[in-house]
Design a protein around this ligand. Structure first.
Ligand code: NAP
Ligand code: F7E
Length: 374
C-alpha cells in the first residue's frame, strides 16, 4: 500500500456498485449546467438519480424540467430533495436515507468574479461544502459497510498563474481568486479522505466547459446571448472586461461523461479534463458575431467593472491521462461549440422578440437591472 490508495477492504467496506442494478446516484448542483447534462447521462444509462436542490422562492429547475416527473408517479428515476451545501446535518441525513452508490458533488458558488464579492460564502459552500459531504459519506459508509464512490468537481481555476503550460495533474496550484482557493481546499480534502479513510474519491480537474445551458453571466454565454439579441434588434451593445484572457473551452455534454467514467475505475484518482486548445475571449467574440455576419468590434465595448482584482491569463489543459486511462476524449470542437451556442441563442432571441412584439417585457439583461451583473 503506497499511502495513496489504502485497500477498501482494510476498512471493511465493499464497493458493490458494479453489480447493483439500477445504480443509485446523488448529484449535488443538479439544477446547474453540468448537473443537468450529468442527470441526462445517468438516466440514459438506467441509473436512479437523486438531486439536491436549494429551496428558493422561485423555481430554479428549468434545466432539468424535461427530466422530471410528478412526485405521484411511482416509477420516477429522478427524485429531487431539498438541501444545501451549508447544512452538514441535512446532507448526512440525505446520504443515509438515499444510500447512493455514487455521489457527484457539483454544487458550488461557481462564479469567479462573484467570489471576490462573497469570499466567505464561497469558501463555505464551495470549499467546506465538499468536506460536509465527505463526512456524510464516511459516516454512512462506516455504518453500512457499503462503499460510496465520490466525485469532486475540481477546477482549472486552481492552477491560476500556473508555472507551466499546458497544465496537467502534477502542475502546482496557485489560485488567483477566492473561488480558486476554495476549490483547492475541496480538492485537497477529497484527496485526504481517499488517503486517510480509503474512500473511492476522485477529482476531475475540469477546464472551462460551456453549452447553450451555460449560466448567462459566464463570458461565452454572455457573448452568444448578446450577439443573437443584437442580430434580432433587441440589444445594441455588449460590455465586457478582459478580452485577452485565454481559456481552454470544451462542451459540457462531453465533460460529464468523464465524471462518470472516473467513478467506474477500480481505483480512485484525479484527472485533468480539457481539449488541449486555448482561445482568447476576443477570438470567441470574433467567431460568435462572425457566425451571424457581424463584426464584434462594432458592438463590443470595455467596461472596467468586469475586470477582476486578479486574473487568470492563460489556461490550456493536457488531458492525456484521461485519454489513456478512461478512454475519454472531447468530441465537440471550439468552432462547433460556438456555433451550437449561437444557434440556440438565436432561437431564444427570436422567441423573445415575438413576446416583445406582443407587448411583453424583454428578458432582463446583464447590467440592466438588479445588482451589477458579473
Ligand atoms: P453552475 O451552473 O453554476 O451550477 C452550480 C450548481 O450548484 C447549481 O445547481 C446551484 O444551485 C448549486 N448550488 C450553489 N450553491 C449551493 C448551495 N449552497 N447548496 C446547494 N447547491 C448549491 O455550475 P456548473 O458550470 O454546472 O459547474 C458544476 C461544478 O463544476 C461547480 O462546482 C463548478 O464550480 C465546477 N466547475 C465548472 C467548470 C465549468 O467550466 N463549467 C469548470 C470546472 C469546475 P442553483 O441552481 O440553486 O443556483
Ligand atoms: O470568464 C473574462 C474573464 O466567467 C472567462 C467557471 O465555470 O471556468 C469558469 O470560470 C474569462 C475570464 O469563466 C467578461 O475575466 C471578460 O478571464 O466565463 P468566465 P472563468 O472565470 O474562467 C472555471 C474553470 C470554473 O471552474 C468556474 O466555475 O473571460 N471576461 N469579460 C469576462 N468574464 C465574465 N464572466 N464576464 C465578462 O463580461
Amino acid at each position: 500500500m503506497d499511502g495513496r490508495q489504502p485497500a477498501a477492504a482494510a476498512s471493511g467496506v465493499e464497493y458493490g456498485s458494479v453489480a447493483t442494478t439500477p445504480k443509485r446516484a446523488l448529484v449535488t448542483g443538479i439544477t446547474g449546467q453540468d448537473g443537468s447534462y450529468l442527470a441526462e447521462c445517468l438516466l440514459g444509462l438506467g441509473y436512479e438519480v437523486h438531486g439536491l436542490v436549494r429551496r428558493s422562492s422561485t423555481f430554479g429547475t428549468q434545466r432539468i424540467e424535461h427530466l422530471y416527473r410528478d412526485i405521484h408517479d411511482e416509477h420516477r428515476p429522478l427524485v429531487l430533495h431539498h438541501g444545501d451545501m451549508a447544512d452538514g446535518s441535512g446532507l448526512a441525513r440525505l446520504v443515509r436515507a438515499i444510500r447512493p452508490d455514487e455521489v457527484y458533488n457539483l454544487a458550488a458558488q461557481s462564479h469567479v468574479r462573484v467570489s471576490f464579492d462573497q469570499p466567505a460564502y464561497t469558501a463555505d459552500v464551495t470549499g467546506l461544502g465538499a468536506l460536509r459531504l465527505l463526512e456524510a459519506i464516511r459516516d454512512c459508509q462506516e455504518t453500512s459497510g457499503r462503499g460510496i464512490r465520490f466525485y469532486q468537481a475540481s477546477s482549472s481555476e486552481m492552477f491560476g498563474t500556473a508555472a507551466e503550460s499546458p497544465q496537467r495533474e502534477t502542475t502546482p496550484f496557485h489560485p488567483r481568486s477566492p473561488y480558486g482557493a476554495a476549490k483547492v481546499y475541496a480538492h485537497c480534502i477529497t484527496v485526504n479522505y481517499r488517503e486517510s479513510y480509503g474512500l473511492h474519491a476522485s477529482c476531475g480537474i475540469l477546464f472551462n466547459h460551456e453549452s447553450p445551458r451555460r449560466g448567462e453571466t459566464f463570458v461565452t454565454r454572455k457573448i452568444t446571448r448578446a450577439a443573437a439579441r443584437i442580430k434580432v434588434g433587441l440589444q445594441q451593445k455588449l460590455y465586457l472586461g478582459n478580452l485577452d484572457a485565454r481559456r481552454d473551452w470544451g462542451f459540457a455534454g462531453d465533460y460529464v461523461e468523464a465524471m462518470r467514467l472516473m467513478l467506474q475505475q477500480p481505483e480512485a484518482d484525479d484527472y485533468v479534463v480539457a481539449t488541449g486548445e486555448t482561445h482568447s475571449v476576443r477570438e470567441f467574440c470574433e467567431q460568435a458575431f462572425g457566425r451571424l455576419g457581424l463584426d464584434f468590434r462594432d458592438f463590443v465595448a470595455i467596461d472596467p467593472r468586469y475586470f477582476r482584482p486578479a486574473e487568470v491569463d492563460l489556461l490550456q489543459g493536457c488531458a492525456e491521462k484521461a485519454r489513456a486511462r478512461l478512454g475519454w476524449r472531447p468530441r465537440v470542437s471550439f468552432s462547433e461549440l460556438v456555433a451550437m451556442m449561437v444557434d440556440a441563442d438565436v432561437e431564444l432571441a427570436e422567441r423573445e422578440r415575438a413576446l416583445v412584439a406582443m407587448g411583453h417585457a424583454a428578458f432582463p439583461q446583464h447590467g440592466q437591472s438588479g445588482p451589477s451583473r458579473p
